[in-house]
Design a binder for this molecule. Structure first.
Ligand code: GDP
Ligand code: IMO
Ligand code: MG
Length: 427
């Protein structure tokens, strides 16, 4: 069976944890969108440091799993190689088990610089990006003439010329727009490319062909989404989104595999909501409740270390994510984090200018000004972290899960009661 794991909120739902668990029975684990803006934590056991993966598919921690990075990804080769070296120190080998699409785009130093300059210039209007050069790299992909793809590393002579032309354009642009007087040197960037080519060259191929061969052989594939549906460029809280189709709709374009080949679209959600960066967040609790969730759930960014904004579960936005993503199962994580709350709230509708909205509105400005309609449920106090079955959960925790399932009209098949592999309950 082929499965796509996709975030239903604003990212950091626990996709890495679930992808790691499901990769045990997968032949292929495929990372198809975003770049090093992602941070997927995997905790194999409590006596070992967590793994923070930015570009490598979570299946990389298992032997006999073929990992693939497809065309939809914007690849920061420096970060990828750093990750590979980090794993080597922990005796996890990356070699034949990683393949990278030649169609993926390369994140260059000028993309990161552009991300930073643009965010600084925006001031209060900034998006709050991860400064990983994601938007500028996807921007060059759309622009075409200033893009560099992974396959260009296989043609260094041509790449050298291309880089000189592009770096010249970037330096002129940075100077004109931001008064930048510290131009990038094409020769330095080319040297980096030579090193990347040497190490990554053997991994580069046509991932579309590879995955179609796997499909023909009935191999089981796990597609590991990055970010979340509400950060999707087309369907999220624009402009406070990332620059790719990070919802399930992005899968086909980012892999060349039709979504009809995927039987299970597994949506990942936290039992509450978190968000990093700017943008509307109707159920945000910028108060004691939000602080409690942040501290208890260790809600600090895996990629940037920024404190995450926290709030109640929003069934309007998650219901929307389920609809547009064709989600047929849910994994609800961090149920343990809600322990100790006297009561639990679920947002079931928004009020806007006297009107009740049950469908997620398209405009950030409307979302910024909605009032949430909450259903209030009783809380629970027990420590869930050692519980091993759904039936063992306190009645009120079970009640909360069942209430969400009813509101979302989608089965909640997996429940998280801690960060570790084994702190996962299957129903
Ligand atoms: P991703 O980007 O979707 O992979 O999520 P992140 O890894 O960025 O953030 C999720 C965080 O929650 C990580 O620190 C996980 O180890 C942790 N986590 C995942 N599931 C659970 C859970 O059920 N309970 C608790 N307490 N932590 C969890
Ligand atoms: P994972 O895969 C949470 C957010 C950034 C910012 C917006 C745009 O770990 O869930 P970008 O750098 O992409 O241009 O930033 O998107 N963002 C994420 N938030 N988890 C992520 O990935 C994110 N990737 C990007 O914080 O608000
Ligand atoms: Mg993350």
């Amino acid at each position: 069976m082929n499965t796509c794991v996709v975030g239903l909120q604003w990212g950091d739902e626990g996709k890495g944890k679930i992808a790691d668990i499901l990769s045990e029975s997968a032949d292929y684990v495929v990372r198809y969108s975003g770049g090093a803006n992602a941070g997927h934590s995997v905790v194999r056991s409590s006596d070992e440091e967590a793994f923070a993966l930015h570009l490598l598919p979570s299946g990389i921690l298992r032997e006999n799993v073929q990992c693939v990075i497809t065309n939809g990804v914007v690849l920061d080769a420096e970060i990828l190689l750093g990750e590979i070296d980090g794993l080597a120190k922990r005796d996890i080998k990356v070699g034949e088990n990683l393949k990278i699409s030649g169609r993926a785009h390369l994140v260059m130093d000028y993309h990161k610089k552009q991300d930073q300059l643009s965010e600084e210039a925006l001031g209060k209007a900034k998006i709050g990006t991860t400064i990983r050069g994601i938007g500028p790299c996807y921007g060059d992909k759309i622009a075409r003439s200033t893009a560099i793809r992974v396959a260009d590393l296989l043609h260094l002579d041509l790449l050298k010329e291309k880089l000189e032309r592009i770096v010249n354009i970037k330096n002129t642009y940075f100077n004109a727009l931001y008064n930048d007087t510290d131009p990038l040197d094409a020769a330095v960037l080319f040297e980096k490319c030579q090193q990347w080519a040497e190490r990554l060259g053997p991994m580069i191929l046509d991932s579309t062909e590879l995955l179609h061969r796997a499909l023909d052989e009935n191999k089981s594939m796990l597609f590991e989404g990055a970010q979340g549906t509400l950060l999707d460029l087309d369907h999220g809280t624009f402009p406070f989104v990332t620059s790719s189709n990070s919802s399930a709709v992005g899968l086909a374009a980012a892999t060349g595999i039709p979504s009809s080949a995927v039987e299970r679209f597994l949506g990942i959600a936290k039992a509450y909501t978190s968000r990093v960066g700017a943008g509307p967040f109707p159920t945000e609790q910028d108060n004691e409740t939000g602080n409690l969730i942040r501290e208890k759930g260790h809600e600090y960014g895996t990629t940037t270390g920024r404190p995450r904004r926290c709030g109640w579960f929003d069934a309007v936005s998650v219901g929307y994510s389920i609809k547009i993503g064709g989600i047929n199962e849910i994994a609800l994580l961090h149920v343990d984090t809600l322990s100790g709350m006297k009561e639990l709230k679920i947002c079931t509708a928004y009020k806007y200018k006297g009107e009740t909205l049950t469908f997620f509105p398209a405009e950030a400005d409307v979302l910024e000004n909605v009032e949430c309609v909450y259903e209030t449920l009783p809380g629970f106090d027990e420590d869930l972290s050692g519980m091993t079955s759904f039936e063992q959960l306190p009645t009120n925790a079970q009640y909360y899960v069942k209430a969400l399932e009813k509101i979302l009209e989608t089965p909640i098949k997996i429940i998280g009661v801690g960060p570790g592999r084994h702190q996962t309950l299957f129903r």
